[in-house]
Structures are given as structure tokens and as C-alpha cells.
Design a protein around this ligand. Structure first.
Ligand code: ADP
Ligand code: ZN
Ligand code: ZN
Length: 716
């Protein structure tokens, strides 16, 4: 048994070069393996560390070797330790930061399995029910209930704690502490079809391909390219069944659980307790419990957002990435990993099948994966007709035709969804006399009005101040509000359509800030007989509502105005996805798209539901410009309180970079964010690992105390 553990201590310091050797005392040797977690002395501190290797000898003299203080109960599967090592290299981060991604939730923070009191009848208690012992009505009820239900958590007996304790003192019942599984509650939302569905022909073919790959037990990556409403979820469910039958496990990645409660509940309905749900809004204890259920093998399917790619499942057979185009799969924070890329790596290491599904797949996936097509809606319905409305010269938020369509919808008591990808009341406020625009003191952006809160706030850093009543520059009382956000749209539609029993619902990040609110709004819209749901891109995320007769996209080209090579792809996905919400579950759907750029490729192709046409053109463009997947992008941002320092550091970095096979663009200034001036360099390289290594080398030496550097490999 190995005497030395190679331990990676968990710290955020970049300069640390681990792993470090520790001598294992005799009694630890049997228990400690790769993936074990230890508390180790480190300098003057004690740190949590992960064992990344074992050995019989160390290069460090034995009298200088320290021993771990103790072992921690939870441990990591070995393949997750390996995966973390890969992430550290792939995303130019550190082993310690990468390992922190795969730890059990709350590791080191003292989260334990919660306990609860359970009440059970004793033999005397059972007798007391008939023997004429004196009991109050309440006491009798408790005993009857326990006799009927068996052991019951104290909180569910319907009796106060004192009542139970008195019965315990009389020897009539027993109270014991037992571990409690904090099973989270899921709200079912969306169309339900009773019984198990008969698959459509295209679903059958896709499933057959998928199960054949699963049976081969070797790694393969497949793209399930199915139009909106084509029944992709049913294909995932059956593929998952096949994997469970082999005794292997499944990971299902979804964009955000709060916004995709349907997918979660379909898995829970089909597989029950075999499903663990990973969800950032669960309490730390709940997340720990779910993690342990997976680690022990009690649960073998994990459904969750991007971090679920690290679910501690051994013998993994399948990873599903649902709505694979969704931006939330990219993690913003060191390491800036992309869960889709990590999923591919993990599947490859495990010999598992990866299936990415979308109606609007990314060009990268379209080019790089074997494709399974679902060309039509599963219920036999048609994709809705889309009409593009030119907004040039139109004042106000709504085109005449949109206003008319909404009016007709109200008369017909139908359901509609309106998307405007901008929250708040108006985009900015200005002074009519002197022209002052209220901006964020920390960022170079305008503040957005949120009328209900009486505040203007920054959508980048969260800075808030009171809504101005007069101009602090010139004293004028004339403050103008410009543009439309979801809050104002809700107000206007409320005035135009609402009232009586025609409800208007709103869903955006402001509404969804409260736990469970997003799912609640989606649920209410789903159950409502009629009404309009307005919101940001949150309303376009894969929801499956019956009988949505009208879909409307306002300001569809807003995303096109961002200077980003993915702007087209995002715009296409947003419009096509919103269009995909209409006309499900019988009944026709109709979609209106308002835009200042009616001729834009992304909008034209989305209106035709032509994702192949769009993707082929997009790939040509990317090939010509050496963008992914035909080249690798790395973005480095230097930030500092001083613009000169940020720019100087970026220039210095550029000079340090030795990359024969790459183009280096910049440095270019970026807008100030959270009080920091920024400058960026973008590297376009032919070969990823070499470029990442060169960048890692360049940023490993300091650029001065007042400069921070962040590296984003494959920025989104
Ligand atoms: P997608 O994820 O492809 O947009 P969903 O998986 O949400 O589509 O399925 C859309 C709807 O079609 C769901 O209500 C689902 O229950 C239903 N559905 C799936 N497969 C079939 C089928 N074979 N026959 C009838 N309805 C189906
Ligand atoms: Zn003014
Ligand atoms: Zn700000």
C-alpha cells in the first residue's frame, strides 16, 4: 500500500505548483486512494486537498514530509480527478481551481446529511389503543395514525413536539434521529400526454441509431437535429432506459432548471428515484444529498445545468446535452469551461455516447457530429407560418399588424407569447434640457429604468440608484425615458388587452430572481385558458405549451447589433426557438417577427425554419474567416483601475506570446466594467493545445500588481 499521497491543495492562488507529497500514516493507507479528500497542513493553514496520485517514495526527505490531519468522508471518483486535470490544461487554469468544480457540494463547508426525528409505536403503545389506558383525543389520534402508517417523521404526525415527548415518557412511542433525504420538489409544467407514446417513424430511426451506439459501448458523439416539437425528449428518455438496462448511468444537461421544469419532470415521472436533480437553487444540504445518492449508486441519472456534467456517476453510458445551442453551457469564471466540450471529453473517457440535441444546433456541432434528423413535429402538426415585419419608420413598440394580431387573439380568447430580449422599463433616461444620460459610475453603460422599484440600475454590475426626478447637472425637471423593456411592454399590453379575465404574464430575470418564481409563472401560463406571456429569451427556452396560437418577436435584430462573430447564430436561434413555441398540441400557430433588418440572413432563414440553409452559409463564412470550428479562439482580458496600465499589460502580453501558427489581434480597449478599465487580445490559432500552452506561459509571469488577467479559451 502506498506510503505517499500526492495532494493538490484547494486554493485559488495561481502561482502554486502542486501536487505536494504527504506521508500517509499506517492507518490511513488502506482508505486513501486517488480521489480521496484530505485535510492537510499547508504553510500555517489547514487546507482541503484532493489526492491525485499515490506513490511509494517521495523526492522530499522523509523527515520533512508532513502527514494529513484526517480524511474526509466523501471522495471523488477517479475519472473526475482525471477530468479536472484535463480541464486545468484545456482552459488555461490551475488543477486546484479545476478540482473545485468536481467536489461534492459544500465540501469543507460543513454540510452534512440532515437528520430528523421519527416517531414509532412501542408494543405498549400498540396495546394502549385498546386497553383503556387514559388518552386525550389528540394522543389517541397520534397512536392510531402511527399504528396505521408505521414510523412517521415527527413533523408529519400532526402533533406538537410536547405531545410526542409526553407519549415517549409514558413508553407508548419511540423517537429516534434518522437521516433525512432532502428530496427537492419539482413542479410539473407543460403539455402532458397520457400513457407511453408510440414513436413517430423519424423518432424510431433516431432511437435505433442511438441505441446501436449505446450497445457498442464505445464512445460516439451524435447530434439530434430535430425541429421544435419533434419529440427529442422522448428519444432521450428511451435511450436512457437502454443505458439503465445495461447497468450504466446517464447525465442529462439542460440549460437552466428553473426554465426547463418540463424536461426535469419528464425524467422524474419516467424514472422516479433513480433521478437526482442538481440545481443551483437547491439548498446546500439538498445538493449534497443528491450528490451522495449518485456517488453511492442509489441514483443513476443526473439531470441538471452545466455543473451536472461533473455528476459522480461511475460506469457512465450516456450524456445528453439538451438545447445544445444554449449560452448557459459556458461557465463565466475561472476555469471558463464549456460544459458541452467537457461532456464530450467525459463521454470519451468513459466510453459513453454523447447526444446533443437542438432545433438550432451550433455550427460546430453541425460540422463535427454524426447527425440524426427529426424533420417534423411529433404530433403531426405544422411549423407555424412566420411573417417578418419591417419596423423602419414605425413609432412605438408594436407594428400595426402585431397590434391587430394581438387584438384578434384576445377576441378569440387564445394564447400568445411575446418576446422582447430586454428587461426593465426603458433602456436609458436622459435630461431633455442638457442631454445628460444617466450612466453607471462603475461601468461605461447607461442605467436602465425599473419603474416598479423606482430605480435605475446597471445590468452589468448591479449598481442601483433612485429614479431621478430632476437633472443633477442642470436642475431641469424634464427627464425623458427612451425605448422599451419587458416591464413597460407588460404595462402597455395590460392596458391594451388585459383586464377582465384576460391575463398578462411576465417572465424575465427580475421576475425569476426569486427561487421558484420562473417555474411558477410558466406553470400559471400553462394552466391558463387564455392570455399572453411576455418576456426575455427566457420565454423561448424549449417550453412545450399546448395551443399557443401567436408568437411575436420584438426587436429581433437587437442581438445582431453586438460586435461578435456569433451574433448571427444567436439571432437565428432566438427567432427560430420562439417561433417553435407556437402551434403545438393541435391548432395552428402564427409568428410575427419585428425587425429593423428584415433582410438579415439569420432572420430570413429563421422565418423559413431552414436551419440547414442557415448553418451551411454560416460554416462557409467561418471557414473563410478561420473562426471555430476552423480555428481556435482565445481571448485574454487585462483589467486595471487605470486604462494605461490595462493597455500596457496587454501590449506586454502580446510581446511575450510566441505563437508562430497564430494571428494575434489587439490589444483593443473594452468598455469599463465594475470600475475596471479593460484591454483585450484575441488569438486565432490553428492548434488549440499549443496556443493554450503559450498563453499559459505568457500569463504565468506577473504583469504588475495592479493588473488582473483572465483567459477565455473558446469564448462564447
Ligand atoms: P422538442 O424537445 O423536440 O421540442 P418535445 O420533446 O418537447 O419536443 O416534444 C414535443 C411534444 O410532442 C411533447 O408534448 C411530447 O409529449 C409530444 N410527443 C413526443 N413524441 C410523440 C409521439 N411519438 N407522438 C405524439 N406526441 C409526441
Ligand atoms: Zn440636465
Ligand atoms: Zn455597472
Amino acid at each position: 500500500m502506498a506510503a505517499i499521497a500526492q495532494v493538490e491543495p484547494l486554493t485559488s492562488a495561481r502561482a502554486l505548483r502542486g501536487p505536494f507529497d504527504y506521508a500517509l500514516p499506517e492507518e490511513m493507507r488502506e482508505r486513501v486512494a486517488v480521489g480521496s479528500m484530505l485535510l492537510v497542513p499547508f504553510g500555517r493553514r489547514e487546507l482541503l486537498g484532493v489526492v491525485v496520485g499515490l506513490s511509494d517514495a517521495s523526492a522530499v526527505a522523509s523527515e520533512r514530509l508532513l502527514a494529513p490531519r484526517r480524511t474526509i468522508e466523501a471522495d471523488l471518483p477517479q475519472d473526475l480527478v482525471e477530468l479536472a486535470g484535463w480541464i486545468a490544461l484545456e482552459y488555461c487554469s490551475t488543477p486546484s481551481r479545476a478540482l473545485s468544480l468536481v467536489l461534492p457540494p459544500g465540501a469543507g463547508a460543513g454540510v452534512h446529511g440532515l437528520e430528523q426525528l421519527v416517531a414509532e409505536l412501542t408494543a405498549a403503545g400498540r396495546e394502549a389503543r385498546t386497553s383503556g389506558v387514559r388518552l386525550t383525543t389528540l394522543q389517541r389520534e397520534v397512536l392510531e395514525r402511527l399504528a396505521h402508517d408505521g414510523g412517521t417523521p415527527a413533523a408529519q404526525t400532526g402533533a406538537a413536539h410536547g405531545t410526542l415527548r409526553r407519549l415517549e415518557q409514558r413508553g407508548l412511542l419511540r423517537l429516534t434521529r434518522r437521516p433525512r433525504a432532502r428530496t427537492p420538489v419539482h413542479v410539473a409544467v407543460g403539455a402532458r400526454r397520457d400513457g407511453v407514446l408510440e414513436l413517430a417513424a423519424a423518432q424510431r430511426t433516431a432511437l435505433a441509431e442511438l441505441t446501436a451506439a449505446i450497445e457498442r459501448r464505445t464512445h460516439e458523439a451524435l447530434l439530434l437535429h430535430g425541429v421544435t416539437g419533434s419529440g427529442k425528449t422522448e428519444v432521450y428518455l428511451r435511450a436512457a432506459e437502454a443505458v439503465l438496462a445495461q447497468g450504466r448511468g446517464v447525465i442529462v444537461l439542460v440549460p437552466e432548471i428553473g426554465l426547463t421544469p418540463q424536461t426535469v419532470s419528464r425524467f422524474v415521472e419516467r424514472f422516479g428515484d433513480t433521478v437526482a436533480v442538481a440545481h443551483s437553487k437547491l439548498s446546500a444540504g439538498e445538493r449534497y444529498d443528491e450528490w451522495m445518492r449518485l456517488r453511492r449508486g442509489d441514483a443513476r441519472i443526473c439531470v441538471g445545468p452545466r455543473s451536472a456534467v461533473f455528476a459522480p456517476i461511475e460506469r457512465l453510458g450516456l450524456i445528453v446535452v439538451d438545447e445544445e445551442h444554449d449560452a448557459s453551457y459556458k461557465h463565466e469564471g475561472d476555469p471558463r469551461y464549456d460544459a458541452r466540450h467537457v461532456a464530450a471529453r467525459r463521454a470519451a473517457l468513459a466510453g459513453a455516447v454523447l447526444v446533443a440535441g437542438s432545433a438550432t444546433p451550433r455550427p460546430e456541432s453541425f460540422a463535427g457530429m454524426r447527425r440524426l434528423r427529426l424533420p417534423a413535429r411529433a404530433d403531426g402538426g405544422q411549423l407555424p407560418a412566420v411573417e417578418v415585419l419591417d419596423m423602419c419608420g414605425v413609432h412605438g413598440a408594436l407594428h400595426d399588424r402585431t397590434a391587430a394580431a394581438l387584438g384578434e387573439l384576445r377576441c378569440a380568447r387564445g394564447k400568445g407569447i411575446v418576446m422582447l430580449n430586454r428587461r426593465g422599463w426603458s433602456n436609458f433616461v436622459s435630461c431633455r434640457s442638457c442631454g445628460k444620460v444617466w450612466g453607471c459610475p462603475e461601468c461605461d453603460v447607461a442605467l436602465v429604468l425599473h419603474r416598479a422599484e423606482g430605480a435605475i440600475s446597471c445590468h452589468h454590475c448591479g449598481h442601483r440608484e433612485r429614479m431621478p426626478v430632476c437633472c443633477d447637472a442642470c436642475g431641469s425637471r424634464s427627464v425623458a425615458r427612451h425605448g422599451f423593456g419587458t416591464e413597460r411592454l407588460e404595462h402597455e399590453l395590460e392596458a391594451a388587452l388585459g383586464g377582465g379575465d384576460y391575463p398578462i404574464f411576465r417572465l424575465d430575470a427580475d421576475v425569476a430572481a426569486a427561487k421558484g418564481r420562473a417555474a411558477a409563472v410558466l406553470g400559471r401560463f400553462d394552466r391558463a385558458a387564455c392570455g399572453v406571456l411576455i418576456g426575455t429569451q427566457m420565454v423561448a427556452k424549449g417550453h412545450d405549451f399546448d395551443n399557443v396560437a401567436l408568437g411575436v418577436v420584438l426587436d429581433a435584430d437587437a442581438t445582431l447589433r453586438f460586435p461578435d462573430f456569433r451574433a448571427e447564430e444567436r439571432t437565428f436561434a432566438l427567432v427560430a426557438q420562439l417561433a417553435g413555441r407556437a402551434g403545438r398540441g393541435g391548432g395552428d400557430g402564427r409568428v410575427l417577427v419585428q425587425t429593423l433588418a428584415p433582410g438579415a440572413r439569420s432572420i430570413r432563414f429563421a422565418a423559413e425554419h431552414d436551419s440547414e440553409g442557415f448553418l451551411e452559409g454560416e460554416l462557409e463564412r467561418r471557414r473563410a474567416l478561420h473562426y471555430p470550428p476552423f480555428g481556435e479562439l482565445i481571448r485574454i482580458v487585462c483589467s486595471s483601475e487605470s486604462a494605461e496600465l490595462a493597455m500596457g499589460a496587454a501590449r506586454e502580453l502580446r510581446a511575450r506570446l510566441e505563437l508562430p501558427d497564430a494571428a494575434v489581434l489587439g490589444p483593443a480597449p473594452l468598455f469599463r466594467l465594475r470600475g475596471r478599465e479593460r484591454a483585450q487580445i484575441v488569438i486565432k490559432a490553428a492548434e488549440r493545445l499549443a496556443a493554450v500552452a503559450a498563453v499559459g506561459e505568457a500569463v504565468s509571469r506577473s504583469l504588475g500588481r495592479d493588473v488582473a488577467v483572465s483567459v477565455d479559451v473558446d469564448p462564447q
